[in-house]
Design a protein around this ligand. Structure first.
Ligand code: B16
Ligand code: MG
Length: 217
């Protein structure tokens, strides 16, 4: 039975959350909304549009569609200015080790991210070629915890849903993977990712033996 691996982007492959934070913080300051790094936790894995909705709710701000579109554009332009400066040094520890190992074994791999900027980011850190399919915020209409992103990824890989393994750092992403009937692996704080089938603080904790146990089921 063929196994496929699906990787989330932000928080799993790279830490772009810090750039999202800086860009949201700048907009929040302009709007007079208090926004901390703790608030930013709620934005992880959540679509850009939904993030702005939450920010406006926090500030009790009513806005027209035109203002909303302008703020979304502004936030993204600011975010892209950080992305533009990214390189391989920003790949999270031991991610290439795992990607290389799975690639050598010819295991199908997908990216499953809420971000509309997934491709340029993967290009910046030179990891684009590892993935057989990129399923991102441009393709997906329903945000995590809806399983849509992972269902499309599994379909594109041609792998049965129960044979897909998902690496995720956000609770909504773990929920999405579980709902899709996939094996969920939490990357980050196990206390936050309680619903994951397996938990690791980062990829340095994952060895080849564990990966093999997921492949030969
Ligand atoms: P963009 P992931 C998510 O990426 C981020 O965690 C989330 O904070 C962000 O709002 C979302 O992408 C959309 O990103 O503005 O680039 O379209 O974790 O699903 O890889
Ligand atoms: Mg994430």
């Amino acid at each position: 039975n063929k196994t496929g691996f699906i990787f989330d982007l932000d928080g799993v492959i790279v830490d772009t959350a810090k750039y999202h934070y800086l860009a949201w913080k700048k907009l929040a300051d302009e709007l007079g909304v208090e926004f901390t790094e703790e608030d930013n936790e709620r934005f992880k894995g959540v679509s850009r549009k939904r993030c702005l909705e939450i920010l406006l709710e926090m500030g009790h701000i009513d806005a027209t569609q035109q203002q909303i579109d302008a703020w979304l554009f502004e936030k993204n332009e600011d975010y892209l200015s950080y992305i533009d400066r990214m390189d391989e040094s920003e790949i999270l520890p031991d991610v290439p080790k795992v990607l290389d190992y799975l690639k050598r074994k010819k295991i199908p791999m997908a990216l499953g991210s809420a971000s509309k900027n997934a491709e340029p980011i993967l290009q910046k850190v030179s990891l684009l070629s590892y993935f057989d399919t990129i399923v991102d915020g441009n393709l997906v209409t329903r945000a995590k915890p809806d399983p849509e992103v992972f269902l499309i990824a599994g379909k594109n890989l041609g792998v049965e849903l129960e044979n897909c393994v998902v690496f995720e750092d956000a609770l909504a992403g773990i929920e999405a993977a579980n709902t899709a009937g996939m094996t969920s692996i939490g990357i980050g704080d196990p206390a936050v990712l309680l619903q994951a089938k397996y938990n690791f603080t980062d990829f340095t904790q994952i060895d080849f033996e564990f990966l093999d146990s997921l492949i030969d089921r």
